[in-house]
Design a protein around this ligand. Structure first.
Ligand code: ZN
Length: 436
């Protein structure tokens, strides 16, 4: 496992400085790097394409941006941190006073050492995000300021997404979706992009499983909407899904429930937490604010989508600031999240594996001695704490109702499913159970 930690770490370091947004060369470059880990396919959806109620925007290209004081000193520089520029800022080359500039400056009064993260995707605008100290400096510096943004909007551009389809034994799929649109911020969501690639690599080593996997790296919201629009018919195959985000923080594990609280995906995540010794996890009930589950769980798709996190978005003080950097997260944390995700996926695959049985004659008990399935002498046997063969038979005959898969019964009895399978086969041979 040490090896994977250092591998993850090296990818974090390479990918962190790249300026990503909802479109642009930074996204393509990031996907190309992730392609070294798994053979994902990079797809391009052209700008101007209608996707449901939305339209894929012009591609945004950013080369440089800065603010200089009247002495030519750079006070704010995009090259120091790409979080300094409001994402999708329009091009600009203008002299201005502080009064004119200040409406385009963003800083955090409650966290002055941080640069906040801001976007203006759908309204043409521009802006700079600065620390409290930079804001104060600008307030007192000599005017006029020179403000320069070397950006470009390309109507002939496109939105890039990464996709990897891993076939399963059945047509049914599990969706893993992560987003690639944030500039240099580590937990939200570089950790998710990278973990998804490494998880995909692990899944490829263990195929085939019952479910296939549809794994996508998309810009949040517009990317997920575009993906759904381009793949509407294939999405019917998806039985459940995950948004992989914020998986590298130092805090507690938690998970955001899918929209149906009682859905298997939520039960299995909790089971996996407990079995892996994580009892102190946080449950975030489904909420209408969030990530791309808003698209995947919309009426047209209604996929139950959950999200396992380690310092969930909205919940940590560095969220959406430059302080969500590589020193905040850790490759070890991402590896832990990866192992947990892998375990959950394994459990989901096992869940409906194997036959589902029902009683041939469901009324009252079967007379086991008639089938040579009951101890010769009855009467004196007390139920034992260790589950016996007879107990297994009785439980199977009691629980096999044509609905509950053997895995669910095994979980209830706290025994391996293989033990139940042997006994179920015997009861089938005796004509007491029928596979459905
Ligand atoms: Zn975010």
């Amino acid at each position: 496992m040490t090896e994977i930690v250092s591998e993850i770490d090296s990818y974090l370091k390479r990918l962190f400085p790249i300026c990503r947004s909802i479109t642009g060369p930074g996204n393509r470059e990031s996907l190309k790097i992730l392609k070294e880990i798994v053979p994902l396919e990079i797809k391009e959806y052209p700008s101007g394409t209608s996707v449901y109620d939305w339209e894929i925007p012009d591609e945004w290209i950013i080369r440089d941006a800065w603010i200089k004081d009247s002495h030519g000193r750079k006070i704010v520089d995009f090259q120091d941190s790409n979080v300094h520029l409001v994402s999708y800022s329009e091009p600009l080359n203008r002299e201005m006073t502080f009064v004119a500039l200040k409406d385009h400056l963003y800083y955090l009064g409650n966290l002055p050492e941080a640069i906040p993260y801001r976007t203006s995707y759908y309204k043409k605008n521009w802006g700079f995000c600065v620390t409290g100290a930079q804001y104060k400096f600008l307030e007192q510096a000599d005017e006029p300021f020179k403000v320069f943004i070397d950006s470009e909007f390309r109507p002939d551009g496109s939105l890039s997404v990464g996709e990897l389809l891993i076939p399963g034994e059945t047509e049914e799929e599990i969706l893993l979706s992560t987003y690639i649109c944030h500039p240099s911020m580590a937990n939200d969501n570089l950790s998710g992009m990278v973990m998804t690639a490494f998880l995909a690599r692990e899944l490829l080593k263990h195929i085939p499983t019952k479910y296939g996997y549809r794994i996508v790296w998309v810009p949040e919201t517009i990317g997920a909407i575009a993906y759904c629009s381009y793949n509407e018919t294939s999405m019917i195959k998806i039985k459940q899904g995950f948004i992989v985000t914020c998986v590298g923080g130092p805090g507690k594990f938690g998970y955001k429930q899918s929209y149906e609280r009682s859905h298997t995906i939520n039960t299995v995540i909790e089971e996996s937490f407990r079995i892996n010794g994580i009892d102190d996890f946080i449950i975030y009930p489904f909420d209408i604010h969030g990530s791309d589950e808003r698209q995947y769980s919309s009426q047209g798709f209604r996929i139950n989508v959950a999200s396992i996190s380690k310092d969930k978005y909205y919940e940590y003080p560095y969220y959406h600031t430059s302080l969500d950097d590589l020193s905040f997260i850790g490759a070890e944390n991402i590896t832990q999240s990866l192992e947990l995700y892998f375990d959950v996926l394994k459990r989901l695959n096992e869940l409906n594996n194997g036959p589902v049985y029902r009683r041939r004659e469901p009324h009252c008990e079967a007379m086991l001695s008639k089938y040579d399935l009951y101890p010769a002498t009855g009467g004196a046997v007390l139920p034992k704490s260790i589950i016996t063969e007879l107990d297994l038979r009785l439980w199977l005959l009691f629980l096999c109702d044509g609905e509950q898969p053997l895995y669910v019964i095994a979980r209830r009895l706290n025994i391996p499913v293989s033990q139940l399978e042997r006994e179920a086969k015997l009861l089938e041979q005796k004509g007491l159970l029928l596979p459905t």
